[in-house]
Design a protein around this ligand. Structure first.
Ligand code: CS2
Length: 487
């Protein structure tokens, strides 16, 4: 079977791009080209190109790995997007990606300074930035931040690359690009602006002032559940295109992107793909981070340790499903009202999406990087609940489930990798402790900069976490879940 490398080679039911990809130049560099980008932004860019044209094709960058480049470059950036829903499967070929740069900082910098590039977008995951969120400043202990501060003219991390590219553009009299963060972080545009200006300030105060004044950092909320591709994904792509496609991905039918409309350098007509442009993304972001992602983290820890491999298996378990619904209600109760959004309907739709029988989304995948995720997903709403005298237990249970997961071993004694940037610190904090909820709870809650101080120091919160962890340690996760759901 021939490789998917030109649209003319295709024969199968997959829908084709509604434009000629080769007729459009590049306007975007995307840092962090994983499955999520290919299921989300690239798709809406494809719709925008079909609807309104423009030179907005994307150069994707893998900062470290070469896998995606090896799959996509021989295919001229073409790949199959498979959507799997309860109602069936459909597929389309996406033409929005022009090429991929892999683990090549010099080539990445060259792309970033290209005057044709007007937007730089990012999905490098929460831990990829190296921003200390408590101080809202670059974290000099982050390996890429440290390396880029030591040699700022040869950057390889997100903050260093953006700063050096903006410096070079300014020196060459080229207008700056707009920076659009697409990671699951609160007020992600403002956070990234603080990271980049903070990094620039450590080099050159004048550059930092110029970036603060001249560069737009709109915020955005992104949503599409995208599991890692499997052999079955590639087999389905073959059926859909009649070609071998090593870059195919699969995702759910649901797709949402809410973007702050602040693009002084222009933008694609992403609304053609359904993007919603608003003046303030924060309420949407908070809803999504605390309801979808918060319940995802809770169910990942509780589900994985109850022997559930996929999110759909979690939802098929009545006690776990009840805890997911409880979490949604608790998260909704601390959200400010959002005009036009019915939070009960949003919760019901989330539960439907989690139940999608055609999507194999691993709890182990969601469980990684807990220390990077819990602050905005669990601690932020818990703090509001504390302030408003609302129930803390759903958030305390989620925290306790993570703590139990941090022990690194199932109830049957099987070890697994924690996959967290603070893994070594967690191990040190737990070393030599008895298997005791108060001791473990205190050690993990007191990790520096992890919990907001007002939550960390609240006796009600500490008691609730310790009780939930005590239950989990005494009964094992599966039984504790049953008990918790009945309470
Ligand atoms: C998940 C997210 O892995 C995780 O932590 O919660 O990737 C989630 O699937 C997406 O944010 C959905 O939009």
């Amino acid at each position: 079977m021939s490789r998917l490398e030109s649209l003319t080679a295709l024969h199968g039911p997959a829908r084709l791009p509604g434009y000629d990809p080769q007729a459009h130049g590049r306007g975007i560099v995307h840092l962090g080209i994983g499955a999520f980008h290919r299921a989300h932004q690239a798709v809406m860019t494809d719709d925008a190109l079909a609807a309104q044209g423009g030179d907005w094709r994307i150069t994707g960058v893998s900062l470290r790995s070469t896998e995606v480049a090896q799959a996509l470059n021989p295919q001229n950036g073409l790949y199959t997007l498979i959507e799997r829903g309860a109602a069936g499967t459909s597929a389309r070929v996406i033409g929005a990606i022009r090429d991929v740069i892999a683990a090549d900082p010099a080539a990445t910098l060259a792309a970033l300074v290209d005057a044709q590039v007007r937007i730089v977008t990012l999905t490098v995951t929460e831990k990829g930035y190296g921003i200390d969120r408590a101080r809202r400043a670059p974290d000099p202990r982050h390996p890429a931040v440290a390396a880029d501060l030591a040699d700022p003219a040869h950057p390889s991390g997100a903050l260093g690359l953006l700063t050096e590219a903006l410096r070079l553009r300014r020196a060459a009299g080229v207008a700056p690009f707009t920076v659009l963060c697409c990671d699951n972080l609160p007020e992600n545009g403002a956070l990234l602006r603080d990271g980049v200006t903070g990094f620039a300030r450590m080099r050159d105060a004048d550059l930092a002032d110029w970036i603060a004044a001249e560069v737009a950092f709109p915020s955005s909320m992104v949503d599409r559940i995208t599991p890692a591709a499997t052999a079955e994904t590639l087999a389905e792509a073959e059926r859909q295109t009649g070609c071998t496609d090593l870059a195919a991905i699969e995702t759910e039918p649901f797709l949402q992107w809410v973007i702050e409309d602040h693009f002084p350098t222009g933008r694609p007509a992403w609304e053609a793909g359904g993007a919603l442009f608003v003046s303030d993304v924060a309420p949407y972001e908070r809803m999504k981070l605390t309801m979808l992602n918060g319940s995802h983290s809770m169910l990942a820890y509780a589900g994985f340790l109850s022997g559930k491999k996929y999110v759909r298996d979690v939802m098929a378990d009545p006690a776990l499903a009840a805890l997911v619904a409880r979490h949604h209600a608790a998260a909704a109760s601390v959200l400010p009202p959002l005009p036009g959004i019915d939070l009960a309907a949003y919760a019901a739709a989330l539960q439907d999406r989690f139940r999608n029988p055609a999507i194999a989304h691993e709890t182990f995948q969601i469980a990684m990087d807990g220390t990077e995720k819990l602050p905005q997903r669990i601690f932020q709403p818990a703090l509001v609940a504390l302030e408003q005298g609302l129930p803390l237990r759903p958030f305390a249970f989620a925290t306790a489930a993570w703590m139990r997961y941090a022990l690194g071993e199932t109830d049957a004694g099987q070890a697994y990798a924690l996959r967290d940037p603070r893994e070594a610190e967690i191990r040190t904090a737990l070393a030599g402790l008895p298997r005791d909820a108060a001791a473990i709870g205190a050690a993990l809650m007191d990790l520096p900069g992890f919990l907001p101080p007002a939550l960390r120091d609240a006796a009600d919160w500490r008691r609730s976490v310790t009780e939930a962890l005590g239950l989990i340690l005494a009964q094992g996760m599966a039984h504790a879940v049953g008990h918790e759901a009945e309470a």
